[in-house]
Design a protein around this ligand. Structure first.
Ligand code: B16
Ligand code: MG
Length: 236
């Protein structure tokens, strides 16, 4: 009898649990290069061609530092302290961009990174706001070639804000465009500077890539096909 009473009391008063307050996620902001698609090889080949023409040392190791970094800042990394006039720097950057744009003709819907089509479809179906925030001034053209330029609530690119990642500006600007508070947004990024920007913006950060690059993120997956939306939504 006592045993039964004890059991029923336990059933009426379930174990008290301290729960993490949900941030009530309402939107996802995606980086473009390295998350939605991967144009890194085209960036590399374009920088390489320009660098060879100008006898500037450049290899894949240096290229790895350019992930998520704006075009002019990338050029500064390539120049490694070499001083040039602003006019010359603009010419080099624009030459590289011309080479890069020539590659873009090759992009099609098949170049969406694995799993991304399903993720975007599910978020749309479940009425989450979806946006792009990329450092690339070519973001809109790339999204057009991928045939997904019209599915986003807003697209921010390398022209949208003055201070590039790791400043939080592009993510705050994007959240404002879709009428969400920073804490209601999840950012998906492949660059260290992007994760720093997302955290500085007080958003939930999802990193794609190795621990040493995106380990500061709230969630980390090796590749886009590993992204677990249920886990992110449940634990955010
Ligand atoms: P553009 P993301 C970034 O795109 C690339 O990762 C980075 O390598 C590139 O230098 C930057 O865009 C600027 O690109 O020359 O096209 O303006 O990763 O922020 O989507
Ligand atoms: Mg990126």
């Amino acid at each position: 009898m006592n045993q039964r009473r004890k059991k029923s009391v336990l059933m009426i008063y379930p174990k008290f649990e301290v729960k993490k307050l949900s941030k009530n996620i309402k939107g996802f902001i995606f980086d473009l290069d390295g998350v939605i698609t991967d144009t890194a090889e085209y960036h590399y080949k374009s920088w390489k061609r320009m660098a060879e023409e100008e006898a500037i040392a450049f290899d894949r190791k240096v290229n790895e530092q350019l992930r998520g970094v704006s075009r002019m800042h990338s050029l500064d990394i390539l120049l490694n302290g070499k001083e040039l006039s602003l006019e010359k720097k603009k010419e080099l950057a624009s030459r590289k961009n011309k080479y890069y744009q020539d590659f873009l003709d090759n992009i099609s819907q098949d170049d969406l990174l694995p799993g991304m089509s399903d993720i975007l479809k599910r978020l749309q179906k479940e009425n989450y706001k979806i946006a792009v925030a990329s450092s690339s001034k070519n973001a809109k053209i790339v999204l057009k070639y991928l045939e997904i330029d019209n599915i986003f609530d807003t697209i921010s690119d390398g022209n949208s804000v003055k201070n590039a990642k790791p400043a939080p500006d592009i993510f705050l600007y994007t959240a404002d465009k879709i009428n969400l508070k920073p804490e209601e947004c999840v950012v998906v990024e492949d660059a260290e500077s992007g994760i720093e920007a997302a955290l500085a913006a007080n958003m939930t950060a999802v990193g794609i890539g190795p621990e040493e690059r995106v380990g500061k993120a709230d969630f980390r997956y090796d590749k886009t096909s590993d992204i677990n939306l249920d886990e992110i939504l449940k634990k955010s």
